[in-house]
Design a protein around this ligand. Structure first.
Ligand SMILES: O=C(O)[C@@H](CO)OP(=O)(O)O
Length: 432
């Protein structure tokens, strides 16, 4: 349907009676797959889901949540909350960040755009810093995209590059960080052969360093800031491979939660703090876990932690992470333009909606659901409730993710009668 031949008016549903509340419950991480001994959902006792399925098999439908069905580049790309909530909220398929970056790299357009031209101004006299998740998970970033970005920058005059890497182990196997660092080090060695001063400067595990989301714990971003910008961290090494291997050898250590480290030269000086005149690119295409760092890098007024030193830099995101906040101001690839989402249709038809989740998933049922848009469409008709997440826990050990509290809030919302048609909420990784 073209953008001009549509109407905001929703016809009455042929079956659903008016005046009844509809609950949209996103069971994040729940799915049907081959029934074998490795399938935990298949093997678990799931009486509620079983009764729902058996009680009304004619209404039981499966939704594809990965690959092209949610706008990812290939069928091999696993789904994730961003693309899933974008697709559910919009009810349509949009090419997602991963795909848009692939296209921009393939066509070379990424190197012709305003964002790249902006950071390029620093190549002659400053350092280009690349900060992001180092893995091929394809959820927040992809190593091959970083490699192409490095190649492109090297062909366009960059003289000094520093990588600030975040190890994954969440979208990919724990321990795979070693291989990714080896690959990156090989690439950097080739750049050095061409006369480019290229090195890894700092690192840390994604859940411990930088990649917090929805302002759950600014301490995570501060640990990253200290290492990346100030060049300070509790652990110092002279090369990144040694850093990862040593830190992983500690009891219970894993890629997701590695502590921050910096790489230092023979005199013990950090090799890559971010200073005035440098360029910075955050290479994650997915927004939720880059927005906080983007604010720290870009905002003049900022009181979430003491930045100590705020360098005057040219900063660009791989994508624009928040279209409402226009954050960051510069980016290499334009984000998907997701319009006419279900939330907007509902308010335009006077339907009162309620959305609830815990902090670390809150933006999923608001920001992602509404097409990467923060805030309400119409505050009079919508209510968003955020339940503070627990801090200081690891979800692989305590996976309940406030499911009971979310359930109670949703129940209260339904019983209140204030939300006459729709209630949507979320439970993460919850087996009944
Ligand atoms: O934690 C996250 O950032 C991703 C995995 O990388 O999970 P989800 O898509 O469920 O938010």
């Amino acid at each position: 349907m073209g953008s001009t031949d549509f109407s905001w008016k929703l016809p009455d549903h042929p079956k659903l009676p008016k005046g009844k509340t509809v609950a949209v419950i996103v069971l994040d991480g729940w799915g049907e797959a081959n029934a074998n001994e490795y399938n935990c959902i298949h093997n678990a006792e799931t009486p509620t889901m079983d009764s729902l399925k058996q009680g009304a098999p004619e209404h039981w439908r499966l939704v594809r949540a990965h690959g092209k069905a949610v706008g990812l580049p290939t069928e091999d790309d696993m789904g994730n909350s961003e693309v899933g909530h974008n697709a559910l909220g919009a009810g349509r398929i949009f090419a997602q960040g991963a795909k848009l970056v692939d296209i921009a790299l393939e066509t070379g357009k990424i190197f012709e755009g305003d964002g790249f031209n902006y950071i390029k101004e620093s190549f002659e006299t400053g350092t280009l810093h690349l900060i992001g998740l180092l893995s091929d998970g394809g959820v927040h970033s992809r190593l091959d995209q970083v490699q192409l970005l490095l190649k492109g920058a090297s062909e366009r005059g960059v003289k000094r590059v520093r990588l600030h890497i975040l190890t994954d182990g969440r979208d990919v196997l724990d321990g795979s960080s070693v291989g990714f660092v080896e690959t990156l080090e090989n690439d950097l060695a080739k750049l050095r052969e061409k006369g480019i001063d290229a090195q890894i400067a700092s690192g840390g595990g994604r859940m411990n360093v930088t990649m917090d989301r929805y302002e759950n714990d600014w301490g995570v971003v501060k640990r990253g800031w200290d290492a990346q910008v100030l060049g300070e961290a509790p652990h110092k090494f002279t090369n990144a491979l040694e850093a990862i291997k040593t830190l992983r050898a500690a009891p219970k250590a894993n890629d997701q939660y590695l502590p921050p480290f910096v790489i230092v030269d023979e005199s013990g000086k950090s090799v890559g703090p971010i200073v005035d005149g440098d360029a910075v690119v955050t290479f994650n295409f997915r927004a939720d876990r880059m927005t906080m760092l983007a604010k720290a890098l870009e905002y003049e007024k900022f009181d979430n932690f003491d930045r100590v030193r705020v360098p005057k830099i040219r900063y660009a995101g791989m994508l624009e992470y928040d279209g409402e906040l226009k954050l960051p101001k510069h980016y290499l690839v334009s984000p998907p333009e997701i319009d006419r989402t279900s939330g907007e249709y509902l308010v335009k038809n006077g339907v009162r909606t309620f959305a609830c989740s815990e902090t670390v998933k809150f933006g999923h049922v608001t920001f992602f659901w509404n097409g990467n848009r923060s805030g309400y469409f119409d505050e009079k008709l919508e209510e968003y409730v955020e339940i503070p997440s627990d801090s200081g826990i690891t979800f692989n050990e305590q996976p309940l993710m406030k499911a009971l509290e979310i359930g109670e809030k949703a129940r209260d919302a339904i019983l209140s009668g204030k939300f006459d048609q729709v209630s949507k909420w979320i439970i993460g990784w919850f087996l009944d």
